[in-house]
Every structure is written in structure tokens, then in C-alpha cells.
Design a binder for this molecule. Structure first.
Ligand SMILES: NC(=O)C1=CN([C@@H]2O[C@H](COP(=O)(O)OP(=O)(O)OC[C@H]3O[C@@H](n4cnc5c(N)ncnc54)[C@H](O)[C@@H]3O)[C@@H](O)[C@H]2O)[C@H](O)CC1
Ligand SMILES: [K+]
Length: 470
């Protein structure tokens, strides 16, 4: 049975909203689906809903509306003004206006008689040990003789691992869209498991969106220089601009420190492009200094602005074997089959570069190569393909103006910055989305005739738009 983790569900939730399927619609479908399962099993009877302050509670409020002729009472675990989300509050207010019996629980849970108890306290938003009234409520529910129905996840169960300390012992769990992995591991507390379709198109699951960017972008208020990413950019053998574009893209995507390593003869040229750049001499033969240097860096981004040559190909192979090389983004001439064990890798070929090294860029072959090289492939194209060999995501942002030279160099920098603080798969997906969105912002302002420098400067705007999306 295909499952979805709570993290993936959170990303999908936001992406649905971004693609026009609102969370309010999803909540309505979830609540209605839950009520359908109850009406299928029970004649109208007494129902007590234990509702939390998040969307799990929201689903239960919707469900109440569809339990026509049932005697429904709601125990809200806290004050209504503390309800966390606008959509849950909206559904709470509807019940209030409709005159449903609602009790705001502070610390004492009232005595109650019920045929059915609905656990709408916590779902995929649960974090850590059950606190305060939540723990008490679980104990009271488990002592009750009522038929216990869990909304999405029995409260207290870790939806991904199936672990729990104190958890609702449900007779029936109605989960939405797909089961969370933990539900398949904890049958004793899950009871009968029903998966309700809430109308999310299958394709949305594999589409890169704003949710991907919100997942990977991190800013620590109390951060010191370097905590947001230290990146080494290596290239510039033959071309001067590419490595500068990549290095500046690392900064525009949030990295704190970027060192650009280029051949001696162009060092000053590259340095002259921007005071943001820290440019150092690259000696392809001095691997021990490079290994020393990499001690201080999260990620190395290689291959931009290098005419493919055997010397550089050999260098890349040796570089990847260095002890302190943990995470790499391999672009253009650095793309290779030989990724050593223990090196996390994102490769960013376009179709031509992929074909040269791995053969036809069909989805199947790209997934096969990702699996064989134990890396994430971000195949650039009209629709980017991101895969780790198991999972696949597609990115549809971007436009025909991005065929201009240098846009791939910018993408490699964005991927490097996200990769410093995240895993390869989501970093690749989020960077493809951001790079394309920046291209679309350029198009809004300039039509198709924008440059890679224009794209570069729109990267922070694109990220800001994603982070502001609620
Ligand atoms: N995409 C979907 O599948 C949909 C899911 N829906 C439902 O939404 C919940 C997830 O909602 P969320 O608001 O993210 O979190 P919860 O309701 O699970 O948690 C709420 C709230 O509780 C607090 N909290 C967390 N841990 C604890 C704890 N240990 N003790 C006490 N309180 C805790 C925390 O502040 C949270 O914010 C999902 O399960 C579905 O039921 C949508 O409605 C439909 C689409
Ligand atoms: K629940």
C-alpha cells in the first residue's frame, strides 16, 4: 500500500493550495468522508467529538455538520480564540452559529455518555509527548465504552514511525489521501483503517511547488556567519562568468559564505565581477589543500564554465574521493558516473549532457542512473525531472527565455545553497522551482529577452514569494 509521510503531506497540502485546490476544500472533503464512514456503520446516535486547535479538529468540525440527525456534542481542547488555523476556525464558527453544543475544556473533562467518540485532537501535526489536557483526554477516551474513531491518525501515535507512549486506542481510523507509514505499523491502536480520497489529483503529488521551498528554506534568528551555508564553487576553466553566476546564486538563495575557486589566470577577472565574491586560486593537482579547505564547507558545486577535458574529468574523480567531501552538486563538465559511497550528490544535466554520459534521457533511464549512481538527478528541460531513483518530481516553472546562457549556472548555485542545510532530493526540487519562478518573474518584467544576471537578481524575490505564500 502506497504511503505518504506527514512531511510529504504537509508539502502536498501547501502545493495543492498553490495549484488552486484550497485546504478548505480538502478539509471539507476530509470531514465529509469521515461522516460517510460513520453513517455507513451507525444509525443516528450520541456522538462526542474531542477537537484540538489545529486542522485535525477542523476535520471533525466539518464531520459534525454531515452527521445529520445524530446528537453531536463538541469538547474543544482549549479556547476557541486559540484555534490555530483560519480554516479550522471557520468551521468551528459555523458550528457555533448553527447552535451545536460546544464546551471549551481547560483542565477538567466533563462526564459524558456517548455511543461514538471522535478523536479530532491531533493528527500529522503532533510533536513530542502529549501535553496537558491532551494526555488526560486520551486516558478518558480509552476508558470510555464508546466506539472510538480516530481522525486521520489516533492522537499520540507518531504518524511516520508508528511509535507512541500514550495514544488513543481506536476501533476505526479514517485517514485521508494515503495512509501515513505509522498507521500500517500500529494495528492495535489504529483498529480498522479506512483511506478516504479527498480529491487531490495524483499528479499534484509529484509536482514541485511552493511547499518544496518552504520545506527547505531555513533562517535561524540567532545564526552566526556560516550557519546558513558555506559553499565552495569550483570551475571557470575557459569561461569566466559561469562560476560568478553560480557563486552569487548561492548567496541569493541564502548561503552565508561562498568561496570561488578558479584557475590563477582568471582569478582577478572573476573577483572584479562583484565585491560579494571571495575568489581563490584553483590548483587541480593540489588535492590535499582542497581536502583541507573542504573541512570548512557544507557543499562543493563543480563543473560550471569548464570546457570538458580529461584533466578536469580526472580531477573530479579524485576530488570526490577526498575525505572531507560530503555533499556535491555536479553540473556540466563535472557530471560523472563514479560517485563514491558516502558522498551525497545532485547532478544537474540538461538532455545533451545526460545523453553524453548516461545515454537517452528517458524517465526510466534517468531513474535507473540515479539509482546506480546513488545520487539525485535534476534533468533540466521545459519540464524539469528530479529523481533519486525511487521518487520523482516534475517542475513546471520557467519559460522559453531561460534558454539564454548562464541560467543553469544560477540553478546549480541555488541547489548548492539549499543542499547545505537539506537532503539532495528536496534541495533539487525546490531549486528547480525557484529558478523557474525567477525566470517567470523576469518574463513578467522583460518578456523573453532577459539575461542570467536578471535571473540571478530575481532569485531572492522568487524565494520571498514562496515564503509569503500561506
Ligand atoms: N492534506 C491533508 O491530508 C489534510 C489534512 N488535514 C488535517 O490536518 C491535520 C494536520 O493539521 P495540523 O493543523 O497541521 O496539526 P494537528 O491538527 O495535527 O495538530 C494541531 C496542533 O496541536 C499542537 N500540538 C502538537 N503536538 C502536540 C502535543 N504533543 N501536545 C499538545 N498539543 C500539540 C500543535 O500546536 C499543532 O498546531 C491532519 O492530521 C488532518 O486531520 C486537513 O484538514 C485536510 C487535508
Ligand atoms: K486524531
Amino acid at each position: 500500500m502506497e504511503t505518504i509521510t506527514s512531511e510529504e503531506m504537509a508539502v502536498l497540502d501547501i502545493n495543492c493550495e498553490y495549484f488552486g485546490l484550497s485546504r478548505l476544500q480538502l478539509m471539507e472533503n476530509a470531514g465529509r468522508g469521515l461522516a460517510e464512514e460513520i453513517i455507513k456503520r451507525f444509525k443516528p446516535c450520541k456522538v462526542v467529538i474531542f477537537a484540538g486547535l489545529g486542522n485535525n479538529g477542523g476535520d471533525a468540525f466539518v464531520c459534525a455538520r454531515f452527521l445529520r440527525n445524530f446528537d453531536v456534542e463538541v469538547f474543544l481542547l482549549g479556547r476557541s480564540k486559540d484555534i490555530k488555523t483560519e480554516i479550522a476556525k471557520r468551521n468551528f464558527d459555523i458550528l457555533k452559529k448553527a447552535g451545536y453544543k460546544i464546551t471549551e475544556i481547560r483542565d477538567k473533562i466533563p462526564e459524558f455518555e456517548a455511543d461514538i467518540v471522535i478523536d479530532g485532537m491531533l493528527g500529522t501535526g503532533v510533536r513530542g509527548k502529549l501535553r496537558g489536557i491532551y494526555a488526560k483526554s486520551v486516558e478518558v477516551i480509552n476508558e470510555s465504552k464508546a466506539f472510538k474513531i480516530a481522525v486521520d491518525v489516533p492522537t499520540g501515535l507518531n504518524p511516520d514511525t508508528g511509535e507512541f507512549e500514550l495514544c488513543v486506542k481506536a476501533d476505526l481510523t479514517v485517514t485521508f489521501h494515503k495512509p501515513k507509514p505509522g498507521l500500517l505499523k500500529a494495528k492495535d491502536v489504529v483498529g480498522e483503517l479506512v483511506v478516504k480520497d479527498i480529491g487531490i489529483p495524483k499528479s499534484f503529488e509529484n509536482l514541485a511547488g511552493v511547499g518544496d521551498v518552504k520545506k527547505v528554506y531555513k533562517r535561524f534568528e540567532s545564526g552566526h556567519k556560516g550557519v546558513h551555508g558555506r559553499i565552495a564553487v569550483i570551475g571557470g576553466i575557459g569561461y569566466t562568468g559561469a562560476v560568478a553566476l553560480t557563486s552569487l546564486a548561492c548567496y541569493y538563495a541564502g548561503a552565508d559564505l561562498v568561496t570561488t575557486l578558479v584557475p590563477k589566470d582568471i582569478k582577478n577577472v572573476v573577483a572584479s565581477f562583484s565585491p560579494n565574491l571571495i575568489v581563490r586560486e584553483l590548483d587541480l593537482c593540489d588535492l590535499s589543500s582542497l581536502n583541507e579547505l573542504m573541512k570548512k564547507y557544507h557543499v562543493a558545486v563543480l563543473g560550471m564554465g569548464v570546457e570538458r577535458n580529461d584533466e578536469f574529468t580526472d580531477f573530479v574523480e579524485e576530488f570526490l574521493k577526498l575525505e572531507n567531501v560530503k555533499k556535491v552538486v555536479l553540473d556540466a563538465s563535472a557530471i560523472t558516473k563514479d560517485i563514491p559511497e558516502g558522498v551525497e550528490c545532485i547532478m544537474t544535466p540538461h538532455a545533451g549532457e545526460f545523453r553524453k554520459v548516461f545515454g537517452e534521457p528517458t524517465i526510466e533511464n534517468v531513474m535507473k542512473v540515479a539509482k546506480e549512481t546513488n545520487s539525485v538527478i535534476l534533468l533540466k528541460g521545459r519540464e524539469d525531472v528530479i529523481t533519486d531513483g525511487e521518487r520523482v518530481r516534475f517542475n513546471r516553472t520557467g519559460n522559453a527565455g531561460m534558454t539564454v546562457g548562464g541560467t543553469g549556472d544560477v540553478l546549480a548555485g541555488v541547489a548548492g545553497a539549499f543542499f547545505a542545510l537539506n537532503d539532495a532530493f528536496w534541495s533539487a526540487s525546490a531549486s528547480a522551482f525557484v529558478n523557474g519562478l525567477a525566470g517567470d518573474i523576469c518574463f513578467e518584467e522583460k518578456g523573453y529577452n532577459f539575461t542570467a544576471v536578471d535571473l540571478l537578481e530575481k532569485i531572492p524575490i522568487a524565494i520571498k514569494r514562496c515564503l509569503e505564500f500561506v
